[in-house]
Ligand binder design. Structure first.
Ligand code: XMP
Length: 331
């Protein structure tokens, strides 16, 4: 056993049970934090959501969560986060609508990595500004999970890739320490803990969503027009997958704004609209991924719905490329 494995074994014991884990973790958080305060960046993803509820159960109002809407969120995402975490759980949650600010920062940038950097950098600035407004907060909460530690090469494991979540904040922004209550859990265990905490299924079962959000699925310059079109197309695709009960067949499925335009025809008149791509992949570890075979009629129906209902779109294509050679995201 290497160091990380030993630490995980010590934390979990012989057999993982959500109830026991929650009890132990609440006690551990209380011991670490005492009467001090914790700040947590929430993304709406499973890991930070579970983290938020665990922290809230342990220290209540000593926790402040910040959700930064960078304008590349999916449809209704910010609203849902508010409804569940502020409404249902009563968590002290601050939502920042920073769409205009992020779009301004990303203006004119078309290179995928430069876009990521612009968004990641701005995210940290927004978060820092918010933290400064809140006065002294001693701890930073983080939804780090066990595979993140393995992937980043900590604990004697070989690094697979640099951990690149936008939520991954630098440690030098003036906190006494980190609180990472799901650090030794695998993803399925995080979901089990989430369910046991009463987080709704649609949030616990959420597919992974990259930190930069739709930015890595919106090719070319980021504009509100393109992102809005993508949000609508993606919403239709995800709703139809759920309705047809196909959503458990793929680990990730989403729409992509290709930035290409093509000719079409609507009500007898020529149109020139965007091409939307759809992608559904099955994968264990996200290092390799296969294309999910969905019923062809379903695929054609969804494409038709998007091409007719989403203003500005007149063509939909299906991505049939595995990883490798393609990556899961388009950027
Ligand atoms: P790729 O596209 O590299 O994606 O095959 C593998 C997994 O990583 C996610 N991904 C990201 N997650 N920030 C993230 O937090 C990113 O910049 C990012 N890029 C890709 C992707 O959704 C997939 O699950």
């Amino acid at each position: 056993m290497n160091q990380a494995e030993k630490e995980r074994a010590a934390k979990i014991g012989k057999r993982f049970t959500p109830k026991k884990y929650i009890e132990n973790e609440i006690a551990a958080i209380r011991k670490q934090v005492g009467d001090k305060k914790v700040l947590l960046a929430m993304s709406g993803g499973v890991d930070s959501s579970v983290c938020a509820v665990l922290l809230h159960k342990a220290i209540g109002k000593q926790l402040t969560c910040v959700f930064v809407d960078h304008g590349c969120m999916r449809k209704n995402e910010a609203k849902e986060v508010k409804r569940v975490f502020k409404g249902k759980f009563g968590i002290n949650l601050i939502q920042i609508d920073a769409e205009a600010r992020f779009l301004e920062k990303a203006k004119g940038i078309t290179d995928p990595e430069a876009k990521r950097k612009a968004i990641g950098g701005e995210f940290i600035r927004v978060f820092e500004e918010e933290a400064a407004k809140l006065g002294k907060i001693e701890f930073l909460g983080q939804g780090t999970i066990y595979p993140d530690i393995i992937e980043s090469g900590v604990g004697g494991h070989k690094a697979v890739k640099a951990h690149h979540n936008v939520g991954g904040l630098p440690k030098d922004i003036g906190f006494e320490g980190l609180v990472e209550p799901v650090k030794y859990l695998y993803k399925d265990e995080v979901r089990k803990v989430g369910r046991a905490l009463g987080i709704p299924d649609e949030m616990v079962d959420r597919q992974p969503f990259p930190g930069p959000g739709l930015a890595v699925r919106c090719l070319g310059e980021l504009t509100k027009e393109k992102l809005d079109i993508l949000r609508e197309a993606d919403f239709i695709f995800r709703s139809e997958m759920a309705k047809a009960k196909l959503d458990k067949k793929a680990q990730q499925f989403f729409a992509i704004m290709t930035n290409a335009k093509s000719t079409g025809v609507k009500n007898g008149a020529r149109t020139f609209g965007y091409v939307i791509a759809l992608r559904a992949v099955a994968t264990q570890q996200f290092v390799q991924a296969g294309v999910v075979e969905l019923p062809f009629k379903f695929v054609v129906d969804v494409a038709g719905k998007i091409a007719t209902k989403v203003k500005g779109v007149n063509r939909v294509v299906w991505d049939i490329t595995p990883k490798p050679p393609a990556t899961i995201e388009w950027e």
